[in-house]
Design a binder for this molecule. Structure first.
Ligand code: ZN
Length: 440
C-alpha cells in the first residue's frame, strides 16, 4: 500500500505540518523524526513506496460523513447509482454516507439494506451505511423489520421514512422504543401531511403572489414538537432531518435545554438559499422542505453555530432531467448537494466568522458519525486514527458548472453561482478516492 506524505498542510486550520497516511491509518503528524520520511516508514511491513503531496495552502479535515444522502439504487438508476453517488460524495470530501431508504424496492428488509451496503463496498469510494425504513414500504401503517436490519451485515442504526413523515404517533412511539435495544435512532422527516397537501413553496406573501400553494412553517414545527415529547417520554434518541424554520430551531433548543436526546441537521441549501428564488419558477429550486425566508436562514446559521443544530447533512437528491425540466407544480422535489456542501458551509459559516474549521469538522464529520454510530469515521486526525481525510483549498473561488458534476443528475441549484473552495484530495482508509481534484 502506498504511503502518502502530505507536506506543509494545515490540520483544521492550524500551523502547517506533515501528515503521513500509511497502511490505512494516520501514522504520523508533525516534525519528522529523521531527515526524511524513509526513516520513519521504510521498514514498516506492507509499505510499497511513498508519494508526496504538496499540502501548501490546504486544510486537512477528517473525512466528511453525510447522514442524509439519496443514492437512488435500487430502482432509479437513471437518476443515480450507489457508484455515481459515492463518487460525487468523494468529490465533495465525504468518506461515508448514509443512504436513505426511499428506493424501489424500499430499504425495509435486511435483504435490501445488505444489497446497498455491498454495492458501496464494491465501489470503494465511500463507506455506505444504509438507512432502514421505519415502516413497511414507507406507507406509515406497519413497523418494518427494524431488528433484522440492525442485525444484518449492514448493521443499520439510523431509521427513517424520509420523503414521508411517520405521522402516526403510535407507530412513532413504537419505533423510538424499538431502536433503544440496539442504540439506534429514528430520523424524522417532519411534515404534517394535511397542512401540506399540494404545497409547493414556503407559505408567505410570495407564495400568494406567485400562485403556488403555501407550505407553512407550522407543518414542520408541529411534528418536531410532538416527536421531541415522544422521545423524552420513552427515553429514546430522535434525530430531526433537514430543519428549515426558525421555529424548529427554537423547539430543538428547548428540547436540548430539557436534557432530551434530540439531534438535528440542516442542509447546505437551507443555509444559503431563500424562497425568493421561487419567483423564477425554475424547479431546480423546488425542494422538500421548501426554501424559506432570510429570517429562517439566519436562525439556521445561528443554530448551527451555537450547536443547537448538530450536523450539516446534504439531502443530496438527484433527479433526471425529465423530472425537473417541466412546470414547477409537476416537478420533483430535491436538489444535488454532495459536491458543493463544503463550499456552501465555507461561504455561509466560515467566511462569515461563525464556525472555525475545527467546528466544521464537528458538524460535518464527528457529530454525524456519532449520531449514526459509525466507528471508523468522524475521528480526530491524530496518530493511529483511520486515514479518512479530505484536503481542501479554501482560497480559490469557482463558478459551479452543472455539467462538471460526477453525479448522474444535473439538478444543482448552484449552477452559474460562484462559491469558495475546492476539494483537492479525499482519502478513504488511506487510499485516495480523489487526487488533484479528480476521481482517483
Ligand atoms: Zn426528507
Amino acid at each position: 500500500m502506498t504511503t502518502y506524505w502530505i507536506k506543509n498542510v494545515s490540520i483544521l486550520g492550524g500551523e502547517p505540518t506533515n501528515l503521513v497516511l500509511s497502511m490505512g491509518k494516520v501514522s504520523h503528524i508533525g516534525d519528522l523524526r529523521g531527515d526524511s520520511l524513509a526513516e520513519d516508514v521504510e521498514d514498516v511491513e506492507g509499505v510499497e513506496g511513498v508519494e508526496q503531496v504538496d499540502g501548501t495552502g490546504l486544510i486537512a479535515l477528517p473525512g466528511l460523513v453525510d447522514l442524509h444522502t439519496h443514492l437512488r439504487e435500487p430502482g432509479r438508476e437513471d437518476a443515480e447509482t450507489v457508484l455515481t453517488g459515492t463518487q460525487a460524495a468523494a468529490m465533495g470530501g465525504f468518506t461515508a454516507v448514509h443512504a436513505m431508504a426511499n428506493t424501489d424496492p424500499v430499504a425495509d428488509t435486511a435483504g435490501v439494506v445488505e444489497q446497498v451496503w455491498r454495492l458501496g463496498r464494491e465501489g470503494g469510494y465511500c463507506d455506505v451505511y444504509p438507512v432502514g425504513a421505519v415502516t413497511v414500504g414507507l406507507a406509515g401503517h406497519q413497523l418494518a423489520e427494524l431488528g433484522a436490519m440492525a442485525d444484518s451485515a449492514a448493521r443499520v442504526r439510523v431509521f427513517s421514512d424520509d420523503g414521508q413523515c411517520v405521522s402516526d404517533a403510535v407507530l412513532m412511539r413504537r419505533a423510538l422504543e424499538y431502536v433503544k435495544a440496539f442504540d439506534g435512532v429514528v430520523a424524522q422527516h417532519a411534515q404534517e401531511a394535511r397542512l401540506t397537501e399540494g404545497a409547493q413553496m414556503n407559505e408567505g406573501e410570495l407564495s400568494g403572489r406567485l400562485g403556488l400553494a403555501g407550505w407553512p412553517a407550522v407543518a414542520e414545527e408541529a411534528v418536531i414538537a410532538r416527536d421531541c415529547l415522544l422521545a423524552a417520554h420513552v427515553g429514546s434518541r430522535l434525530h430531526v432531518c433537514h430543519v428549515s424554520t426558525a421555529g424548529s430551531v427554537e423547539l430543538i433548543r428547548q428540547a436540548k435545554a430539557s436534557g432530551w436526546n434530540v439531534t438535528a441537521e440542516v442542509t447546505p441549501h437551507h443555509l444559503l438559499l431563500t424562497d425568493d428564488l421561487a419567483a423564477s419558477y425554475d424547479p431546480v429550486y423546488k425542494v422538500n422542505p421548501p426554501l424559506r425566508s432570510s429570517a429562517d436562514t439566519e436562525a439556521l446559521r445561528a443554530g448551527l453555530a451555537d450547536g443547537t443544530i448538530d450536523v450539516v447533512a446534504t439531502d443530496h437528491a438527484p433527479h433526471p432531467l425529465e423530472d425537473k425540466d417541466c412546470e414547477w407544480a409537476a416537478a420533483a422535489f430535491g436538489m444535488l448537494g454532495l459536491e458543493t456542501a463544503l463550499s456552501v458551509v465555507q461561504e455561509t459559516m466560515v467566511d462569515a466568522g461563525r464556525l472555525t474549521w475545527g467546528e466544521v469538522a464537528d458538524r460535518m464529520s464527528y457529530a454525524p458519525a456519532r449520531i449514526g454510530r459509525v466507528g471508523d469515521h468522524g475521528r480526530p486526525l491524530e496518530e493511529g486514527a483511520p486515514a479518512n481525510v479530505v484536503l481542501y483549498d479554501p482560497s480559490v473561488r469557482r463558478v459551479v458548472e452543472a455539467s462538471e458534476s460526477v453525479s448522474l443528475s444535473r439538478n444543482t441549484p448552484y449552477a452559474g453561482r460562484e462559491l469558495p473552495g475546492r476539494v483537492v484530495a479525499t482519502f478513504r482508509q488511506g487510499r485516495p478516492t480523489v487526487l488533484d481534484g479528480k476521481l482517483a
